[in-house]
Design a protein around this ligand. Structure first.
Ligand code: WT7
Length: 653
């Protein structure tokens, strides 16, 4: 895409400075200290990260080298050994945190559980024994398909404790999607629940697993948590109840030490082509990035109660529910269900009920709250809140102001944090005690992050010019590769196209303003971002084409006030078939089944043909313009047949 198309049109110029009160108590409250530390972190990264790694992590064996960089492969803290679960749990034993709440959980029906650090360690230890009894060893892959309940965190940490590699699959994904992910990483064990609560109904997770496993031969055991007590079918010799396996397992578990670069988890994220990408994160560098950023960005204090609304199935749940927060000894609040169950004020009710101090959520959620109406917010005090966060997509200034005024009562700074599944931890963000905020901007880089905006040739662009956002230096929590596909890793993120082989390409378009603030303007490839979740067009298209009536399909995003983007699909039918509303409904249901409800198209448009290049590639850029209802302005010279565009516009819906 040419740079012209990613020039930002934002004219936002309001500035909000941290209050003296917030600044005084902040973990980092001095602008000069941020500048000094940031400069050291990028000018002398080895010294900076050596100091941080020694200070922040518990090592079993000291590392030799801070960084071995053979682009695009990084090894951080080579020679060192540690245990990630020990760094999140055991380290707090014998300190004031031992009996502090690690997790406060509220289920959708209203059930509440508090689990202290000591209790969490017991749970994790016992589950680690269960895994070992099932024959799971270090390096084995374990798929976790659970609702947002404490056991999801326990399962992740028990994997980390024995060196097994977890891959958490969002509980809203379909059997197909689950099967593909299990098969890609050849998981031996699947951990699931009978069901989870969502909008007053039971989501039957175990039944979905049963279906997925019809085509996933690597799986030997399914460990089943009892949550909703719905009826499930237990397969003899394969399925084991969590509570039965847990019975009699010892409370203590000797944690082995693993190499700094031992794989910690694989998390699948959509690419623009083909199957989802299995982003691989390893141990020490990842944990350090998550821990340090959580401490400074969320300004964590001993008595904070931190609530992140992200599901454990997304990277936000990994870094900023589990690893970054528990390693800091924080109290994390998690909620199982929908934000509008039983009423659209559920979040605000829970914030008052549990005295939540920090709220981290996504712009798509904020826009939903706005739509539901201020009255649901105004019923509640929200006076425990002191800091707000946003993640997942650009937050539009209007939503920022609503969040700031109605939720934060103009008292709470907002940290708009830019990062990706691949970066592992926050890269561009305000530090709440020092950074003046501009609504809609992620502001400035975090320690160790070296972002730059370049043109198609890799040259840095002047301020206020749109371009590609790249990262010019390796950082500890960066992805190490794509599981089983290092060639794709190189190709997707390190294209020599930029003439600078060791630049990481984020895939986002952005600009920097005169103050050096970063403004993200969206993805530059075809990946859709619906409600804060990246969905590849190819995944949706292949799901559509798997329906017997469909010949060809193209998916594009259309700007949407609520979801960021809504999903419009253009579909050509097989010869002789007639478009009808019944078929539209069938296709929506079909995509829901193949990928999951979040990928259901908002609009389906039947068309006789799709605009294509001469080499046969669908031109989604043109479809995007048509979907948005505008005229086709971009270059159409590579188009095979312009009459296709004319008839698409004529068939405006
Ligand atoms: C993409 C990464 C990071 C966890 C959630 C999503 C977009 C993310 C922001 C932000 C503007 C953002 C980018 C990025 N994005 N945060 N604060 N401002 N855009 O993780 O699924 O890996 O998606 O989300 O486009 O590349 P992900």
């Amino acid at each position: 895409m040419s740079n012209e198309t990613i020039i930002s049109v934002s004219r936002e110029n309001r500035i909000f400075r941290p209050s003296a009160e917030f600044q005084r108590q902040a973990n980092l409250g001095n602008q000069a200290t941020y500048k000094k530390l940031y400069a050291e972190s990028v000018n002398n990264p080895e010294r900076f990260w050596r100091t941080q790694a020694l200070k922040e992590l518990v090592w079993r064996k000291p590392f030799r080298d801070v960084l071995k960089w053979s682009p695009p492969h990084a090894k951080w803290f080579a020679g060192g050994k540690l245990n990630v679960a020990e760094n999140c749990l055991d380290r707090h034993m014998g300190t004031a945190r031992e009996n502090k709440a690690a997790i406060i959980f509220e289920g959708e029906p209203g059930d509440v559980r508090t689990i202290t650090y000591r209790q969490l360690l017991f749970h994790v230890n016992r589950l680690a024994h269960v895994f070992e009894n099932l024959g799971i060893v270090a390096g084995d892959r374990v798929a976790i398909y659970l609702p947002m309940v404490p056991e999801a965190i326990i399962a992740m940490l028990a994997c980390a404790r024995i060196g097994a590699v977890h891959t958490v699959v969002f509980g809203g994904f379909s059997a197909e999607a689950l099967k593909d992910r299990i098969n890609d990483c050849k998981a031996r064990l699947v951990i699931t629940a009978d069901g989870g609560w969502r909008r007053g109904k039971v989501v039957e997770l175990k039944a979905t697993v049963d279906k997925a496993l019809e085509g996933a031969p690597s799986v030997q055991t399914v460990l089943v948590l009892r949550r909703c007590k719905n009826a499930v079918h237990m397969h003899n010799g394969r399925d084991v109840w969590w509570h039965e396996a847990w019975e009699g397992a010892p409370n203590r578990h000797e944690a082995k030490a693993f190499d700094s670069e031992h794989p910690l988890y694989i998390l699948y994220t959509s690419g623009s082509t083909g199957k989802p990408k299995g982003v691989l994160h390893t141990s020490a560098g990842y944990l350090l990035g998550a821990k340090l950023s959580a401490y400074y960005v969320f300004d964590l204090k001993e008595n904070d109660r931190y609530f992140c609304t992200a599901d454990i199935g997304w990277v936000t749940g990994h870094s900023y529910v589990v690893y970054g927060l528990l390693s800091n000894g924080a109290t994390v609040f998690i909620y199982e269900g929908a934000p509008n169950q039983p009423e659209p004020d559920r979040l605000w009710r829970m914030i008052d009920r549990h005295g939540i101090t920090i709220l981290y959520t996504a712009p798509t959620a904020i826009r939903a709250f706005m739509r539901w109406g201020d009255n649901y917010v105004l019923r509640h005090r929200l006076d425990s809140l002191r800091l707000l966060g946003s993640v997942g997509e650009p937050i539009n200034p209007e939503a920022w102001m609503w969040y700031y005024t109605l939720i934060g009562k103009k008292r709470c700074p907002i940290v708009d944090t830019w990062w990706q599944t691949e970066t592992g931890s926050i890269m561009i963000t305000p530090l709440p005690g020092v950074t003046p905020l501009k609504p809609g901007s992620g502001t400035l880089p975090f320690f160790g992050a070296a972002p730059k905006i370049v043109d198609d040739e890799g040259r840095e662009v002047p301020r206020n010019t749109g371009g590609k956002l790249v990262i010019t230096k390796p950082w500890p929590s960066m992805l190490r590769t794509l599981w089983g596909d290092d060639a794709r890793f190189r190709k997707a993120y390190w294209s020599p196209l930029l003439g600078n082989g060791d630049c990481y390409i984020t895939g986002d378009g952005a600009r920097q303003d005169k103050d050096g603030y970063f403004w993200i303007v969206g993805r530059i490839d075809d990946v859709l971002n619906v409600s804060g979740h990246r969905i590849g067009t190819a995944e949706i298209e292949s799901a559509l084409v798997s329906h017997h009536a469909v010949a060809e399909a193209a998916a594009v995003g259309k700007p949407d006030d609520l979801k960021g983007q809504s999903l419009v699909v253009f579909v050509t039918l097989k010869a002789g078939l007639q478009p009808c509303d019944k078929l539209k409904e069938e296709l929506r249901a079909h995509v829901g089944k193949e990928i999951g409800p979040i990928a259901k198209p908002d609009q389906i448009r039947f068309t006789a043909a799709l605009p294509k290049t001469r080499s046969g590639k669908i031109m989604r850029r043109i479809l995007k313009e048509i979907a948005a209802g505008g005229e086709v302005k971009g270059d159409t010279t590579t188009l095979e047949d312009f009459s296709v565009v004319t008839s698409l516009i004529a068939n405006e819906e």
